[in-house]
Every structure is written in structure tokens, then in C-alpha cells.
Design a binder for this molecule. Structure first.
Ligand SMILES: Cc1cc2nc3c(=O)[nH]c(=O)nc-3n(C[C@H](O)[C@H](O)[C@H](O)COP(=O)(O)O)c2cc1C
Ligand code: SF4
Length: 587
């Protein structure tokens, strides 16, 4: 008997029975081929989610009309006739595990065709939105002519047909996050004078017609899901009451609502759409709950979910019928199976650090801070053979890297010895427990410690490894994961008892005075500054470079920026010259 009976009660969506209430939210990749086909690696990425046990696996933004709809140049292009084999193989890989394959039909509207793809494609092409516009980049958006509206409507029907032929058991129509339909719905963006502008009824017309085209293509009973916002969180945009109205308008055309919010293309909203670590888990669930009050079709919620306890409660209390998980299933694709079998403590939590999204922007690949398999799903599937010879592995350092290496080596069947110089495992993550926005990091550390304990690794605490010890142990493999040392600037006064390291400050923040200067505005300095600011201290961060957190991925940088503005005074382009009795000399 599972501890989460509501989560694991099957649900019927349209004519489709789905084995549980945990859906993999749409996640796109940046590594499809230039023609918008899925590679074998891409298939393995989606397959792993299905293997982990979720009921539905959703492919991310898949463009119905590539000539005008791509918001970047590596998206699945559903109108390319050659996309079908790779789509079919992906759907098969998903359904093999009893999950339903779902695909998100999308169009970028005014964000398609200009800056997003201009850097990669030789030709520049106009972007079309509901109305004429000029983007912050200075690029012009043309009002979409009706002829193009009807062409895109045909493309929605054709794309749904392709998805069904490929073996997908559900389609999701994307009407949120600032893309095409969200633009048409928004009175802020849609100033049209024809039947596609004006009243909400008119602004919703394009979306409703697209849903009709999709229904015509897939036939009755085939589940159509709509992803829409519950709030744009933009002045002049749509808010919850408007979305309740919209939900009533589309209800007869869809089988499932997924309620998200915000915008992909606006920095301040991105970190709400994909809730940052500074927000509560499930901070957007209330929007789904409100929509659920006004419709009778099932509703799913999304955003910073991953704790099975919380997910169970959401469904048990009828706030939503389904939970959709994005990043939590990157951090641990086996979350559903672990929850089902009561192994909650072994679920790797997502840190909401945005490395996954940041990495894909930098180099088009996939990576997760806490799951080394992400980005290497295919290797993991085929190439990890048991070792031919059991080796003795010596791991130096019991921080996250040392623990992960030790666990992996032990799982592969090697004899592993881990030495840690302090009296506890955890390394630089030990202080996360005291920091409100690092609770997931704390949980992650505890999860690794439990895995080390249960994986047969022999741990020795309070023991430095020197040459003599290494020679005595005589390992076949030596893994050094001894961590980093802080750079201590050689300035006058640095040895004063007023100067402490970040680790000391985080270990005992109450011992600091009320006014704190932090030398160094990288990630660690910024996060410490925010934490101390939250505790009521007056914090100034001094950074030599022109911006704080310069090396942090752009998405976590956005979230940090919002918090820094609340809690910290920043001095950029400044250098600490000396620590004096009166404070800090800068230049
Ligand atoms: C790597 C990644 C890719 C995503 N791609 C898409 C996408 O293609 N379409 C979409 O609607 N949402 C996309 N999302 C947003 C998720 O579906 C989800 O709404 C969001 O991440 C919040 O859920 P979470 O906190 O569980 O991650 C993506 C999220 C991530 C992390
Ligand atoms: S990279 Fe960070 S935010 Fe993304 S899934 Fe992994 S832990 Fe979560």
C-alpha cells in the first residue's frame, strides 16, 4: 500500500486512463537537430522520465508553424514532414513504460523570428504578434494578418494530427507564458480592431478556433490539455478573474487544464513561472485551485512541487486533480516510483538553482546540479557495464562531490573508503540548514549522507589524507574532492577579529554586529548577504567587478537580483583596501 493513495489513484482524461496523478510538465530541449527532429539522446531524456514512473511525459514547446513560430532555432518543428519517425520513436519510448506521451503545441508569436533566432540563422525574418509592437531589443513586430491567422489555425490541426499519428496519447495547447495565444488574450498586447481583438471573447477567438482545429484532427475522446496562465502578474495583463472567465469559455473544448502563470520572456516573471528558491514550494497552486472552483474538467497545478507529502495533500484537499513536475523530475526522474514505494527520503530534491535552464542557454546541452545522469541518459541506458575487476577507491573529502563519487563507485561494485577531515559529512553545504532559501540544499545533503551510509562506503571522519595514509591504503583509484579554499585578500587589518569567513558567519550569524560588509559579490557573497539581510542586518557587498553575481547562471541571477534589491547595498567596481577600527576602506 502506497503512503500516497491520492497521488496514485488513476485518472481518466478524455477517453484516456492514466496510471497516476504525477505528470512530467513540458520541458523542451535545446539539442534537437537544426530541422527540429529529436535525436536518440533526446529520446532517452524523455524515456527516463517515463521509466521513473510518472503518468504522463510531456514534450516541451513543439512548433506548429516553423516559418513564423520558432522562439529559438532548436525546437521540434511539427510541420516538417520528416519529423514523424523521431516523434514516433519518442512516443514509443515513453509508452513502453506505461506512461502516456503528451506533446505541447506552441507558437512563439511576437517572440519568434527576431532576436531569439537571429543569432543563429542567416536570414532575419519578421515576427508577428497580435498588434504592431517594438520589442525592448528595438526589433519590430508586425500585426499578424488574418491570412496568417488562418494558416496557423490549419497548422494547429495538422500538428495535432502528426502527434496522434506518431503515437502520442495526448496533446497540450500552450496558451500561457507570454507566447502567441497569451499575447492575443492580453489587452496589453492585443489592440486589434477586427474580430480577434477587443472583448475577451474576441481576444480568445484565435485560441478557441485552434482548439476546435485540434479537436477536428484528433477526434472525440482524445485528450486535449490546455496550458494557460492563472495570472499574468503584469499590470494591464490578465489576472485570475479574467482567467476564470477564459476557463469557462474553453471548458467544453478541453479535457484538462494546466494552470501556470507569468511569462517566459520577461526576466522578473520568469522566476515566478519557474519559481526560484526564494519562493515557497507550490506558490502558484492557489491559481489552479481557483480555476478548479469554476470548471468541472480536471485541473493540474505546477511550480516548485516535488515533495510527495505536499503533492498528496494538494490532491486530497481538491486544490488540483494532478500535479505537474518540471525540475523535480530532472533532479530525480524516479521520484514517482520512490514515492509509490514509500522511499521519500531517497528522493533527490531539486535545488531550484536554474543550472538546467542556464546550461541549455549557454551551450544547448542539459545538466542538473544534483543528478549527474541528466545529459547522459543514453550512456546511462546502454553503456554502464559492471566492472570487470573490483577496485579499491579512496575518496578524499566528504562534501557533495566526494559523497556522490563514493556512492557511484560503491553502486558499481567497488570497495570505497571515504576520508573526511572534519567530524561530519556535508562539506560546504553543512550550513544550509540555517538558511531559509537553502532548505532543499540541506535536504539534498541529508539525502547524500543517507546514501553514503547505505551504500557500503567505509567512512572515516576527523582524518586528513596525506601521502603516508594514501600509501598505506594503496588504492587503485584516488578521487580528490577536498573542496575549495576561500581567497583571503592580503590587506591591512584582515587578521582583525572583526573579519570572519562566510562559513563562520553562516555558522553563527548572531555573533556578527548589525552592520556587515561582505568583500566579494560572487554567488557565495550575494547569498550570504541576502541571508544576513533577511535576519535584519545592514549589509553592504563590495565587488571588484561591475556587477554582482557575474558568474551565476542568468536565471538564478535574475532571482538573486530581486532579493539583493530588497536586502543589500551594493558597491560594484570597488576594492577593499583595508579593514580598520572604523570599518572598511575602499577604492
Ligand atoms: C529545462 C526546462 C525546460 C522547460 N521547457 C518548457 C517548455 O518547453 N514548455 C513549457 O510550457 N514549459 C517549459 N518549462 C516550464 C515547466 O513546464 C514548468 O512549468 C516550470 O519549470 C515550473 O515547474 P517546476 O518548478 O516543477 O520546474 C521548462 C522548464 C524547465 C526546467
Ligand atoms: S539544475 Fe538545479 S534547478 Fe535544475 S533540476 Fe537540477 S537542481 Fe533543479
Amino acid at each position: 500500500m502506497t503512503p500516497y493513495p491520492h497521488l496514485f489513484t488513476p485518472i481518466k482524461i478524455g477517453g484516456q486512463l492514466i496510471k497516476n496523478r504525477i505528470f512530467s510538465a513540458p520541458t523542451g530541449l535545446m539539442s534537437y537537430t537544426a530541422r527540429g527532429h529529436l535525436t536518440t539522446e533526446n529520446m532517452a531524456y524523455y524515456e527516463l522520465k517515463a521509466k521513473g514512473g510518472c503518468g504522463v511525459v510531456t514534450l516541451g514547446e513543439s512548433i506548429v508553424h516553423a516559418a513564423t513560430g520558432q522562439s529559438h532555432d532548436r525546437q521540434i518543428c511539427l510541420d516538417d514532414p520528416h519529423v514523424l519517425p523521431s516523434l514516433t520513436n519518442t512516443a514509443r519510448a515513453i509508452t513502453r513504460y506505461g506512461a502516456v506521451a503528451n506533446i505541447e503545441l506552441s507558437h512563439g508569436g511576437k517572440y519568434a523570428g527576431l532576436a531569439s533566432i537571429g543569432g543563429h540563422k542567416k536570414e532575419r525574418r519578421p515576427a508577428y504578434g497580435p498588434s504592431h509592437d517594438v520589442l525592448p531589443s528595438g526589433e519590430e513586430v508586425l500585426e499578424m494578418p488574418q491570412k496568417l491567422i488562418y494558416e496557423i489555425l490549419d497548422a494547429y490541426g495538422a500538428a495535432a494530427d502528426v502527434a496522434k499519428r506518431a503515437g502520442f496519447g495526448m496533446v497540450m495547447v500552450h496558451a500561457g507564458h507570454g507566447w502567441l495565444f497569451n499575447q492575443f488574450l492580453s489587452p496589453l498586447e492585443n489592440h486589434r480592431k477586427d474580430e480577434f481583438g477587443g472583448s475577451l471573447e474576441n481576444r480568445a477567438r484565435f485560441l478557441l478556433m485552434a482548439l476546435d482545429r485540434v479537436r477536428q484532427a484528433v477526434g472525440p475522446g482524445f485528450p486535449i490539455q490546455i496550458r494557460m496562465n492563472g495570472d499574468d502578474f503584469t499590470e494591464g495583463g490578465l489576472h485570475l478573474e479574467d482567467y476564470k472567465e477564459l476557463a469557462r469559455m474553453v471548458e467544453s473544448r478541453v479535457d484538462l487544464f494546466n494552470i501556470s502563470c507569468g511569462s517566459h520572456e520577461r526576466q522578473e516573471l520568469f522566476v515566478r513561472t519557474h519559481p526560484s528558491a526564494f519562493l515557497d514550494h507550490g506558490c502558484n497552486v492557489y491559481l489552479a485551485a481557483a480555476i478548479k472552483q469554476v470548471v468541472s474538467k480536471p485541473v493540474s497545478c505546477v511550480g516548485a512541487l516535488g515533495d510527495p507529502e505536499q503533492c498528496e495533500e494538494i490532491i486530497a484537499s481538491s486544490q488540483a486533480d494532478i500535479v505537474e513536475l518540471g525540475r523535480a523530475l530532472l533532479a530525480d526522474p524516479f521520484l514517482p516510483k520512490k514515492a509509490y514505494t514509500g522511499q521519500k527520503e531517497d528522493i533527490t530534491p531539486c535545488l531550484r538553482c536554474f543550472v538546467c535552464l542556464g546550461e541549455s542557454v549557454i551551450n544547448g546541452t542539459n545538466r542538473c546540479s544534483v543528478n549527474p545522469v541528466i545529459g547522459a541518459e543514453l550512456e546511462e541506458k546502454y553503456y554502464v557495464a559492471p566492472p570487470l575487476r573490483k577496485k579499491k577507491v579512496l575518496v578524499v573529502g566528504g562534501g557533495p562531490a566526494g559523497m556522490e563519487a563514493a556512492i557511484t563507485a560503491a553502486r558499481r561494485g567497488h570497495e570505497v573508503l571515504l576520508y573526511e577531515k572534519t567530524d561530519a559529512l556535508g562539506g560546504a553545504l553543512k550550513f544550509a540548514e540555517a538558511v531559509p532559501f537553502k532548505q532543499d540544499l540541506y535536504r539534498f545533503t541529508q539525502c547524500l549522507i543517507r546514501r553514503v551510509e547505505s551504500s557500503g562506503v567505509k567512512v572515516t571522519l576527523n582524518q586528513r589524507v596525506d601521502r603516508a595514509l594514501a600509501e598505506k591504503v594503496r588504492p587503485d583509484v584516488l578521487i580528490i574532492a577536498a573542496g575549495a579554499q576561500p581567497v583571503i585578500p592580503a590587506i591591512p587589518g584582515i587578521a582583525s577579529d572583526k573579519v570572519v569567513s562566510v562559513a563562520q558567519a553562516e555558522a553563527n550569524p548572531d555573533a556578527l554586529g548589525e552592520r556587515v560588509v561582505i568583500l566579494g559579490g560572487g554567488l557565495v557573497g550575494c547569498e550570504t548577504g541576502i541571508h544576513l539581510g533577511m535576519k535584519g542586518k545592514q549589509v553592504t557587498i563590495v565587488e571588484m567587478r561591475d556587477t554582482l553575481a557575474a558568474d551565476v547562471n542568468m536565471f538564478h541571477g535574475m532571482a538573486l537580483g530581486q532579493e539583493l534589491n530588497k536586502y543589500v547595498t551594493a558597491v560594484t567596481g570597488g576594492t577593499g583596501r583595508a579593514v580598520t577600527d572604523g570599518g572598511t576602506d575602499l577604492h
